[in-house]
Design a protein around this ligand. Structure first.
Ligand code: GDP
Ligand code: MG
Length: 439
């Protein structure tokens, strides 16, 4: 996903302005990238529409860094799509609080049950009871018991003969007796959604009236995860989603669609097999991940840096030949004005922060207007070779630019100093290349 976007962004970043055509191209790439990342088609369509509206508007067009701005818009829309942060867990005012885990086989229900128990105790000082309602495989009960052992937490089970609904009911009685404040019910899954399973889950739900029903979904299953989430939610009206296996290299498109399709928030993210690897789900981080934000930003920075480097190289060349003129100066100023405040620009000059004297150089943006006027009043010859400047020339320039001779003099002096400074910087750069000193 990131790769696709990056090439588009690369194209866009170099530009001073983004045209409607650019945005069209960009959104087309984003659309393809999202579809490729398993994001639901309808979701993509709506998203692209909103991005287009925002990107073609003022917000991006007038920005100095349109590429970044487009990315920002996309990221905000993705975050919005996944909802705000929703990692709260219900607390019943008549304990125990009952949480039921549902989902397909292998999604991570049993593991997440253990993780959640761990989180409840560690973060909220609760004492949960784990309940084994997956009666179809003896190994499933054993698995939960093993987790309970690792956590040193009780696991309630009635073997493989009892009915899941009876186990759940008994477990709650037991939790009340033992003053346990949470009951976490681990249920059975199937390879596919089927009516028998849904019937069973529905029965448990009706009997124990859970405060939360967490749908556990495997992020690696992509578009399937969305379909599964939809059917489970239709049947059981879940209260939240836990997205597991986000530690893998899944593209995360499922995260986007699940929220949009079911209207249910993703509350937690499984980040590994270990019991402490359950985290609150952060929509913004997920959006960054989907966009490959880290990479994208680096790329933008690099593009920026390479432009500077090119300019610096040309400048360096001129300095070496002592051919830097007022024309170059004027051109530089034009670029400077486009790039924003001078202080920011100074910070971008390689090595500038290491030059002690530079800190004391105060640059006034308003002064630049005068400087520009003065240079524009010079003849071509004067711009190329300031050494021919004499009193009458200075007087003429001052008059032509609406400034004074002393202002002209100051600029000439500054220009001279600037040349010296640049020479100094070129030498510094050369020294760096030769010895390669550590920064
Ligand atoms: P269940 O059938 O829904 O109960 O799924 P399990 O809890 O038995 O998990 C199935 C497999 O997925 C196990 O091997 C787990 O260790 C693994 N698993 C569960 N959650 C995660 C996760 O967040 N990350 C990774 N990498 N593996 C997970
Ligand atoms: Mg299980």
């Amino acid at each position: 996903l990131a790769e696709r976007l990056q090439s588009t962004i690369k194209k866009i970043t170099g530009k001073g302005k983004v045209s409607e055509q650019d945005v069209k191209e960009m959104t087309r790439e984003i659309r393809l990238a999202l579809l490729e990342a398993d994001v639901n088609f309808k979701v993509v369509k709506d998203l692209i529409k909103r991005i287009k509206e925002r990107a073609v508007g003022q917000e991006v067009m007038e920005s100095l860094t349109p590429g970044q701005q487009v990315i920002k818009v996309v990221k905000e829309e993705l975050t919005e799509l996944m909802g705000g942060e929703q990692s709260k867990i219900a607390v019943s005012d008549r304990p125990p609080t009952v949480i039921m885990m549902v989902g397909l086989q292998g999604a991570g229900k049993t593991t997440t049950t253990g993780k959640l128990a761990n989180l409840l105790r560690k973060k909220h000082n609760r004492s949960p009871l784990l309940v084994a309602c997956d009666v179809y495989r003896p190994a499933a009960i054993k698995q939960l018991e093993t987790l309970g052992g690792q956590l040193d937490m009780p696991v309630f089970s009635m073997g493989t003969e009892a009915k899941p609904v009876d186990i759940a009911k008994k477990a709650i009685e037991k939790a009340k007796e033992e003053h346990r404040d949470y009951v976490l019910i681990d249920t059975a899954g199937r390879l596919h959604v089927d009516t028998e399973l849904m019937g069973e889950l529905d029965e448990i739900k009706a009997a124990v009236k859970p405060d939360e029903i967490f749908l556990v979904v495997d992020a690696m299953t992509g578009q399937d995860a969305v379909n599964v989430a939809e059917s489970f939610n239709d049947q059981l009206d879940v209260t939240g989603v836990v997205l597991t296996k986000l530690d893998g290299d899944t593209r995360g498109g499922a995260a986007l669609s699940i929220r949009a399709v079911t209207g249910k928030a993703i509350k937690f993210a499984g980040m590994g097999e270990k019991l402490d690897q359950l985290e609150p789900f952060h929509p913004e981080r997920m959006a960054s991940r989907i966009l490959g934000m880290g990479d994208v930003l680096t790329l933008i920075e690099k593009a920026q840096a390479s432009v500077d480097e090119k300019q610096a190289k040309a400048l360096e060349e001129k300095m070496r030949n002592a051919s830097f003129t007022f024309d170059d100066f004027l051109e530089q100023m034009g670029q400077v004005k486009q790039m924003g405040p001078l202080d920011d620009l100074l910070a971008m000059i390689p090595g500038a922060n290491k030059m002690k004297g530079l800190k004391n150089v105060q640059i006034d943006d308003k002064q630049l207007v005068h400087v520009e006027a003065i240079i524009k009043s010079m003849t071509k010859k004067e711009r190329q070779d300031p050494s021919i400047m004499n009193a009458s020339r200075k007087k003429r320039i001052a008059k032509g630019s609406g400034t004074s001779v002393s202002q002209v003099n100051r600029l000439l002096k500054q220009f001279d100093e600037m040349k010296k400074m640049m020479k100094q910087m070129t030498n510094m750069q050369k020294g760096k290349k030769g010895k390669g000193f550590k920064l």
